[in-house]
Design a protein around this ligand. Sequence first.
Ligand code: FAD
Length: 462
Amino acid sequence: MSQTYDIAVIGGGPAGYVAAIRGAKEGKRVVLIEADHLGGTCLNRGCIPSKTLLHQAGILDQIRNAASWGIETGEVAFSLEKMLNRKNQVIATLRTGIAGLLKVGKIDLVQGFGEVKPDKSISVQAADGLRTVVKASSIILATGSTPSVPPIPGLAQVPYFTSDTIFDVEQVPKSIAILGGGFIGVEFACIFASLGSKVTVIEMADRLIPQEDKDAASILTKSLRKKGVTIGTGLKVTSISKGDTGIEIHAQDAKGNSEAIPADALLVAVGRKPNLSAIANLNIEKNGPFVQVNEYLETSIPGIYAAGDVIGGWQLAHVASAEGQAAAINAAGGKQKGNMKAVPRCIYTSPEISSVGLSEEEAKAQGYAVKTTIYSHAGNGKAMASDENSGFTKLIAEETYGEVLGVVMVGPHVTEMISTGTAFLSLEATVDDVANMIYPHPTVSESFMEAAAKWLGKGIHA
Ligand code: FAD
């Protein structure tokens, strides 16, 4: 069986399904090819299940803290099974929603594993082995990524989880070691610490979340330690073996000192690699391990576009969707550049961390003279009322005209508030603009005004 379309999208994650819908809105006949569930990593094994569990874990923590606020609750109990069931319900509902959107957009869904042939036809193999051939004028490759598993001696001989398998863990491990202190590792550290596991995070860099702001990393480190998490930074794992009761991780610090870290369970969260088997038959240019694209998201083969985790950069769902939309516009004959000037980045730990734009170091490296201010939330009324005032709001701005180049926030709901920071960058706001807006009181968002006013030397509370 063979069918012809204007656009064929391979991969139904945030890059692919959004590209398919956008392509249809541009008036094109679109097919979406997906080997597994709609929604990709983000919906099925990433953003949504982790945020559902983090929400539940946060409630457990709040109930445990409640006594210090005068609320007596007694012993707190939970059912992991019910928590995971709820997570599955959230996923199922959202998956159905995507299927509905495809239907409304008259997008054909072909379930199966797609492989692009040298003549640019796509051979799709369904789970039952049946093959379909799909032909399209343009192809959008949105095959995403999967967890990288490093070649550590002994790792293959012990049981371990990745983010693909941990969401269906059957019982809470007494102790868990997490390899990797990036955003995925620290979010799972929060979840398991709240569920009662003894958590150890092992990170090779000299601090947690090495891609993010160091002051934010330092607050996160303190907060995780307060939750009982052991943090080993600057540690290189040299081997892994079976221990007396579980697993033993052997690690070495920069000075060559070795230590053995025992754990009942192990989660490997050290990065993600692109899924490239769909293009195994093609000679597409790469950028390191990732698919190389130009500013219009087109690969080295004309008519084949790529978007999302498969092209590297910030491996985030909203980036994938923005790239997917741009790729679809271009595949439909338009000329849309991927605009990555103001990409918000969020970590949903306790406290939450969010940022957008340039760090002070990046701004300096780009030739800007910069001035940075930090407004501590210690004196913010709303943060104090919520008993979450350890965070801050940081503004990085160009020194002469005060254009805001970057924002970093740590504290309650900052993953929601960073969109205001994104607006500052997108609209090229200056610190004057930020300082002169009126913010509702009491809110943590007042910290934007305080940080900007402090930058101008006119702070009221700082
Ligand atoms: P994917 O979501 O990986 O989708 C690719 C799809 O392509 C998959 O469904 C796959 O089955 C399909 N596919 C692959 N090859 C083929 C083929 N040959 N034929 C047919 N189908 C194929 N990002 C955020 O922005 N916020 C978060 O809070 C967040 N949390 C995360 C938490 C975890 C634990 C993880 C692992 C990731 C998280 N991410 C988060 C990252 C986010 O999930 C990814 O950036 C996003 O899913 C990338 O989208 P994508 O469409 O490029 O790829």
